[in-house]
Design a protein around this ligand. Structure first.
Ligand code: GDP
Ligand code: MG
Length: 249
């Protein structure tokens, strides 16, 4: 299992999109949120990535930025022995994610104890070199709250959303999910900016950049050349350099 996962991961590293992993206590609403975020969107691209199983899909973030989102098994405190291996594989996968979404059932009386359990598991995850542990808490099931409890949770979430540490949602009704998308995009939008100059006949390369990165600036000069500033995931930049060797710089 672990070896197979390792192979999957190696292949997946070729996928030039940032990855987001959903973690959380069993029943927190991870799978519901996963479905809500991915919706019925089926990208032709997903069909190309044979390594993507049903728990991994491509999502489009605001500004058209693609990301891979992965659902995972729930974290529970007493893990049956036979699950430990597959759980370890899950943790390795989570460690490599660009962003971890910690989904919490904020309406549960046990929400704080559950969060503490999940955090202690997250602390044990080894983060590969060159990556930082970035966790966004998703306070789910706000549709179950009303009155003062709802006000308190929404108020606290609004403050924390500004520094990118928590967002309140209902995966069930969809409330807050758009803000969640924006926060995810903001948190993983730290790809380095690359500048590329394209000749007038290089529209194909330009289309590739729009498809795989986020174009932040574009200008055409008097010679008809297009100067593009684009934020690209390092893996996407590598691919661009192989596809268009004389352009990247
Ligand atoms: N009321 C409400 N129920 C939810 C919400 N999200 C998930 N659920 C329910 O919570 C239960 C567990 O959800 P699931 O997505 O399977 O949780 P997972 O174990 O974390 O994947 C299911 O019965 C869902 O319908 C929500 O936002 N509001
Ligand atoms: Mg689930």
């Amino acid at each position: 299992m672990r070896r197979t996962r390792g192979l999957h991961r190696k292949q997946r590293q070729k996928v030039p999109f940032p990855t987001v992993a959903l973690v959380g206590y069993t029943n927190a609403g991870k799978s519901t949120l996963f479905n809500r975020l991915t919706g019925s969107e089926v990208f032709a691209k997903d069909l190309l990535f044979a390594t993507l199983d049903t728990t991994q899909r491509t999502i489009r973030l605001p500004q058209g930025r693609p990301a891979i989102i992965a659902d995972t098994v729930g974290f529970i405190s007493d893990l049956p022995h036979e699950l430990v291996e597959s759980f370890r594989a899950t943790l390795e996968e989570v460690g490599e994610a660009d962003l971890i979404l910690h989904v919490r059932d904020i309406a549960s009386a046990d929400t704080d104890a559950q969060a503490a359990d999940v955090e202690s598991v997250l602390q044990q995850i080894e983060i590969p070199e060159g990556k930082t542990r970035r966790v966004l808490e998703v306070w789910n099931k706000i549709d179950l709250l009303d009155g003062d409890a709802r006000e308190a949770v929404l108020g606290q979430a609004e403050r924390q959303q500004r520094d990118g540490t928590a967002v309140a949602v209902s995966a069930w009704t969809g409330e807050g999910v758009e803000s969640l998308r924006e926060t995810i995009a903001r948190l993983i939008d730290d790809d380095p900016e690359t500048r590329v100059t394209l000749a007038p006949d290089q529209g194909e390369a330009l289309a590739w950049l729009y498809e795989h990165g986020r174009v932040t600036d574009r200008e055409t000069d008097e010679l008809g050349r297009t100067h593009v500033a684009v934020r690209l995931h390092p893996a996407a930049l590598g691919r661009f350099e192989r596809l268009y060797p004389d352009l990247a710089g």
